[in-house]
Ligand binder design. Sequence first.
Ligand code: UDP
Length: 468
Amino acid sequence: MIHVMAEKESPTPHVVVLPFPAHGHINPMLTLSKLFSHFGLETTFAISHRFHTRLNKLTHLNKLTRLPSFHFATITDGAPSDLPKAPFQAFPLFITPTARAAVATELRDLLAGLSPPATCVVADGLMSTIALDVTAEFGIPVIAFRTYSATCTWATVFLKKMVEEGVIPVQIQEDMEKEITSIPGLENLLRGQDLPVICRLDPDHPVLNFYITETSAMCKASSIIFNTFHNLESPIISKFSTIFPKVYSLGPLHSLFKPHITTSNNNDTTCITWLNSHHPNTVLYVSFGTVVCLSRDQVMEFWHGLVNSGKPFLWVLRDDSIQSGDGVVDSVLRHGVPAERGLLVDWAPQEEVLAHPAVGGFLSHSGWNSTLESISEGVPLICWPLIADQTVNSRCVSEMWRVGIDMKGSCDRVIVENMVRDLMENKREDILRSTAEMANMANESVKKGGSSYRDLEKLIEDIRSMSL
Ligand code: UDP
């Protein structure tokens, strides 16, 4: 007798995505989750309560429910629920053992209750310890997603070495100017002042140690995802193949399958209406992201520099972005310019703003998402980095990719005015040549057959094969 085995039905792959609780981490991981769902993978996005509420306010999250097989799961970020309004203030608390234990417990409960069960966890590189510890109990792999550039991530791999060699802490002026030789492949690029800002901390500082521990844990993940593209960072991307069996470069993620996954966050058309009244390439867009805080003096220096440059500007000045800022925006407005010359908003639909023909430049804090969004729209940058990876990004923008100017340091009004004039007039032609070339490569990479498109196909295929 011949027994015919019924063909085994393949279980549905189920990906749990675990971002670090900060906007710049959540954005690209949410985009990737939409892509997973678009390709038919069950996807659970484990977001903190705080950011779920915030995203709901800023975007039409309900649109996501139209995506097949996409689910939100809310978990704690370990910080008390009555923290002040800025969700990123959870960061110092997040790195404490108590907070991390609370996150681990909720992740464990989430994984235990999922149906179909999780195939793998895609975890932010900064969530590596929690993700690896918890998934080990379930016997499922972790794919790391590092939301920094490959170049900055490569620098963080050498943090421990830089502590041992005495390069860290970079604190005195002499250290800032020094060329850094501890990071293979970046010897001719980075000076002390260009290293990730955590390199300015004392070697026993908990935040520096958090980065060292998480980076070392991340290197034990089964593979790694970057929001970058091959033509942008290929020599450094290839270095990660010495650590990870598989490296996926999927950037610029926001452009991959855009028409299928876009869930426009444009609740407010003020910016676009204002931009519509300006000539092509005349407006400077100004935004320092979702975390950076400025002093009142810095805000005023920027304001005068922008006004004195004579260029129209659209400036995102978040309520919570000014230290002891009550009433600062009002007082800035009292120095007013005519409405057609300057618009201040609390939030802008940035991707749409950068794609608008009127926008000719971006004065940015050099967050990685903002940098990539600007590169892919061919908008040249003035970089004023303050924290985290921003100092590395701004160096790459000016010295490696030549798509903008690095304005590290003082934001004196005269410097701001000169930088704006350089970007919008004096040095514009040169910068635009490389900006256009880079934008073209970014857009090619996300087209069918392009490097990021192929890496996404490989990633989906690899996840499917995990569930067989
Ligand atoms: N963003 C936005 N509107 C704003 C400010 C920021 O849509 O008014 C988005 C921006 O497009 C980017 C993200 O928020 O995707 C900020 O991430 P980034 O890495 O640039 O900086 P971070 O906020 O993490 O410092």
